[in-house]
Design a protein around this ligand. Structure first.
Ligand SMILES: [Zn+2]
Length: 416
C-alpha cells in the first residue's frame, strides 16, 4: 500500500513540476518581447538552407534558438548579407522584419553604384514588428547581434529612430525606414563580441593573408551564387550585379572588376570592420534614450610566464591561428590617426576585447542587475576563455551555451 501511495505521490509531484514548468514557459512567452538574432560576418539565418543543416546559433552545440523557443521565448534569426556593409545589412533587416522589398536608399545606391532595390520579403520575419497589442502599446523587439551583427543592429536602431536625412533629401518615394521616428519599436540591443571600434584583423597591410582569403571567398561565392546551389547559402549581393536572384529579376554576371570595385569601396563589410570604418560608423550612429543596451566581451589569450607576451589559448578555434597571434603582437601605435595601445592585443581570436566592450564615445556602465539603465551601455563582466565562434557554439559545451543564451534573454527582457 505504501508503495502505491509513494508512486501516486511521485506522479503528482512530477505532474505539478511539469505544470509549473509549462506555466513558467507560457507566462514568459506572454510577457517577453520577441527576439531577433542577427548573425555576423559570413553568417547565415532563417532564409538559407544551410541554417536547417547547421544552425548559425548553436552550430556543433545544437539548435540554440529552438531551445529558447522551448523555454517560451519568441525568437527568429534574420538573414542579412554575410559580407555586406552595415548600411546594406540594416536595410535588409528592416525589409525582413517589415515584410517588404529591400530599399538601400536613392542617395546611398547612387553613391555606391548599385541597384537601389533588392529582393522582396513577402512575409514579415517578425509578425508583430511595429504592431500594437490590445492595449494599444507597441509590441517591441529585442535585438541580439553577434560580431558584425552588433554593428548592424546599432545602425538599424539609429536609422529607425533618427532616420537618414540624406535619403529624405534625395526624395523619390522614400522608405519608411529612412523617415525615422520608430525607435519605440525596440526594447533592447545586445551585442556579442561586436567590433564596435573595428578589428585589427581587417588591417590589410598587417594581415595580407586575410585579404587574399576574402578575395577567394568572393570569387567562390560569386560563382556558386550563379548556380542552382545559391539558396543553400547565398551571399545576397544581387544589388551589385554579380549574383543571381531570379525571384526578383536579378540576373547575375560574375565579373571580377565588379567584385574588386566592391571590395575596395566603403560599402563593404571589410571596410566597416577597419578601425577607420568603425570610427565613421560610430560618428553616424546615435543611441536611443529609451532602449536598454547590453554588451558582452570575452578573451581567449594568455600571457606567457617567461616571455610576458600574449598567446592564443589552446581551446581557441584553430581558424583564429591566422589572426589571433598577429593581434597579440600588434605593434603599431596608431591606425589612420586612431591610437592603438597595448590593450588592443587582448582578443577573442579576431576581435580585440576592448573593441567589443563598448563603442568609443558612447556612455557605459558596468552591468548591475538591480539598476539597469536605458540609453547607456550596460557592460557585462568579462568572459574568459571564450573565443569569437564560441558564441555560435563551435566546439562549445552545449549546456554552457544554452545557459549563456538563457541569461542573455533574461537580461534583455528587463523592463519588458
Ligand atoms: Zn550599399
Amino acid at each position: 500500500m505504501k508503495r502505491i501511495i509513494s508512486v501516486i505521490l511521485c506522479a503528482a509531484v512530477m505532474l505539478c513540476a511539469f505544470s509549473v514548468t509549462s506555466f513558467a514557459a507560457d507566462s514568459k512567452k506572454d510577457s517577453a518581447y520577441p527576439f531577433v538574432f542577427v548573425h555576423g560576418l559570413m553568417g547565415w539565418g532563417d532564409y538559407q538552407i544551410i541554417d536547417s543543416l547547421v544552425p548559425y546559433w548553436g552550430t556543433t552545440a545544437g539548435d540554440v534558438l529552438g531551445y529558447l523557443e522551448k523555454q517560451g521565448y519568441d525568437v527568429c534569426a534574420a538573414t542579412v548579407g554575410g559580407n555586406s556593409s552595415a548600411w546594406d545589412r540594416a536595410c535588409e533587416l528592416y525589409a525582413q522584419l517589415a515584410g517588404t522589398r529591400v530599399d538601400y536608399g536613392k542617395a546611398h545606391s547612387e553613391e555606391h553604384g548599385h541597384s537601389r532595390y533588392g529582393r522582396t520579403y513577402a512575409e514579415p520575419l517578425c509578425e508583430s514588428f511595429g504592431q500594437r497589442d490590445e492595449n494599444g502599446d507597441i509590441i517591441k523587439i529585442n535585438l541580439v547581434g553577434h560580431s558584425m551583427g552588433g554593428v548592424t543592429i546599432r545602425l538599424f536602431a539609429s536609422i529607425l529612430e533618427h532616420g537618414a536625412p540624406e535619403e529624405v533629401a534625395a526624395g523619390d518615394d522614400v522608405s519608411d525606414f529612412f523617415k525615422g521616428g520608430k525607435g519605440e519599436y525596440i526594447h533592447s540591443i545586445t551585442t556579442l563580441s561586436a567590433p564596435h571600434n573595428g578589428s585589427l584583423a581587417a588591417d590589410k597591410d598587417n594581415l595580407p593573408i586575410i585579404d587574399l582569403m576574402v578575395h577567394c571567398f568572393y570569387y567562390i561565392w560569386g560563382v556558386l551564387d550563379n548556380t542552382p546551389l545559391r539558396p543553400l547559402w547565398d551571399i545576397q549581393l544581387e544589388h551589385f550585379g554579380f549574383t543571381d536572384y531570379p525571384a526578383d529579376g536579378f540576373k547575375g554576371n560574375f565579373d571580377l572588376d565588379l567584385i574588386e570595385s566592391m571590395l575596395n569601396s566603403k560599402d563593404c563589410a571589410y571596410y566597416d570592420l577597419t578601425v577607420k570604418g568603425a570610427a565613421e560608423a560610430n560618428e553616424r550612429i546615435k543611441m536611443l534614450d529609451d532602449v536598454y543596451y547590453y554588451s558582452y566581451h570575452s578573451e581567449c589569450v594568455f600571457e606567457g610566464p617567461i616571455t610576458g607576451r600574449l598567446y592564443p589559448e589552446l581551446s581557441m578555434n584553430p581558424l583564429f591561428l591566422l589572426t589571433s597571434p598577429n593581434i597579440c603582437r600588434y605593434d603599431r601605435d596608431e591606425l589612420f590617426g586612431i591610437p592603438i595601445d597595448e590593450s588592443w592585443r587582448v582578443n577573442d581570436g579576431i576581435v580585440s576585447t576592448n573593441s567589443a566592450h563598448h563603442p568609443d564615445g558612447e556612455p557605459y556602465t558596468d552591468f548591475d542587475a538591480s539598476e539597469v539603465k536605458t540609453g547607456v551601455w550596460n557592460v557585462m563582466p568579462l568572459i574568459e576563455s571564450m573565443d569569437h565562434t564560441d558564441y555560435m557554439g563551435v566546439f562549445h559545451n552545449p549546456v554552457k551555451l544554452r545557459r549563456f543564451y538563457l541569461e542573455v534573454c533574461e537580461n534583455a527582457g528587463f523592463g519588458a
